[in-house]
Ligand binder design. Structure first.
Ligand SMILES: [Zn+2]
Ligand SMILES: [Zn+2]
Length: 335
């Protein structure tokens, strides 16, 4: 099969012919139809979070069709449409797994990081960790549901328990942020989107934001406070400054969900934090349940992930475009 390999950190991927993976007991082989390019792939390429092995095939937002199954697989058959996420395998026996928090499974194996992922014509994975794609969801949309929808879904449900009528602020309207706007709307919230690019704010309006603030021209804290303050703020952005603004824009009793991964430390005023009875929580990833529900939201038309399609062969050009911040929604490779 053809695959894009990361052979050396900080270098372009190399498209090569490699042996087809063979599904072992309990595994399925997937013919990849689409694969999303995630910001964390850039971090792996750059060596900020080094992969377990080199060379490796990246790509953990996979949608495709079951090609074949190994022994012991009963619930999937060739032709089934499935999605594979970052959670290539979780143990199902550690404390987080047994508490419905497999996103922080202590023994997890990650797609396109520890094991080969979907920047390839074929990928194999445990059948238990493949999620069926419902009718009406395209392969590129399904790739977004595995992460770019599922992460904000978890941030706005499990991590902050948004209820109808809440004011939700979304800092950063990128691949995750534009879906965060839509998930918040689906939960019955009013949404204020914050970015520093006018084009991203237009995009936020297109996908349903009630209010937009250009933080390069206007103080988002003042703007959001004028609306009464946010009940929940999410920060899918690599900016400590935006995270602090998100905190400052909360109303008393609000929740700040940290999602982006800026390097450094976030400084918060402790007395204010306590007196406002505010929660500050981190959210890494999602569970398979979050992905299933994200796919259902997409199937119902309540969330429409925006994607920009690239041919598989254009992988390096797509990565560069993502680096420049020029991709509207999620960059997705198709086969
Ligand atoms: Zn991802
Ligand atoms: Zn576990």
């Amino acid at each position: 099969m053809k695959a894009a390999l990361l052979r050396e950190l900080q270098k372009p991927l190399v498209i090569e012919e490699v042996p087809d993976p063979v599904p072992a007991y309990g595994e399925a082989l997937i013919k990849v139809k689409a694969v999303g390019i995630c910001h964390s792939d850039l971090e792996i390429i750059d060596g900020k979070i080094p992969p377990a092995k080199l060379p490796i095939i990246l790509g953990h937002e996979v949608a495709g069709v079951v090609e074949s199954v190994g022994d012991g697989v009963k619930h999937l058959k060739p032709g089934d449409k499935v999605a594979l996420s970052w959670l290539w395998w979780t143990c199902g026996r550690c404390k987080p797994c047994l508490s419905g928090r497999e996103n922080i499974c202590e023994n997890q194996l990650n797609t396109g990081y520890v094991v080969d992922g979907g920047y390839a014509e074929l990928v194999k994975a445990p059948a238990t960790h493949l999620i069926k794609i419902p009718e009406g969801v395209s392969f590129p949309e399904a790739t977004s549901a595995t992460d770019a929808v599922a992460t904000p879904y978890r941030s706005l449900t499990y991590a902050s328990k948004v209820v109808p009528g809440d004011l939700v602020s979304v800092f950063g309207v990128g691949g995750l942020g534009h879906n965060a706007v839509q998930v918040a709307k689906a939960l019955g919230a009013k949404v204020v989107a914050v970015d520093i690019l006018e084009s991203k704010l237009e995009f936020a309006k297109e996908v349903g934001a009630d209010y937009t603030v250009n933080a390069s021209k206007e103080d988002p804290v003042k703007y959001i406070k004028n609306l009464g303050g946010a009940d929940v703020a999410v920060t899918p952005v690599e900016s400590l400054k935006a995270m602090r603004q998100a905190y400052d824009s909360l109303r008393a009793g609000g929740t700040l969900v940290l999602v982006g991964l800026p390097v450094g430390e976030l400084s918060l005023p402790v007395i204010d934090w306590i007196l406002k009875d505010v929660k500050v929580v981190g959210n890494i990833g999602f569970t398979r349940g979050d992905i299933m529900r994200s796919l259902e939201l997409v199937a119902a038309g309540m969330v429409r992930p925006r994607v920009e399609l690239f041919k598989f062969e254009e992988v390096n050009a797509a990565i560069e475009k993502l680096r420049r911040g020029e991709v509207k929604g999620r960059a997705v490779l198709t086969f």
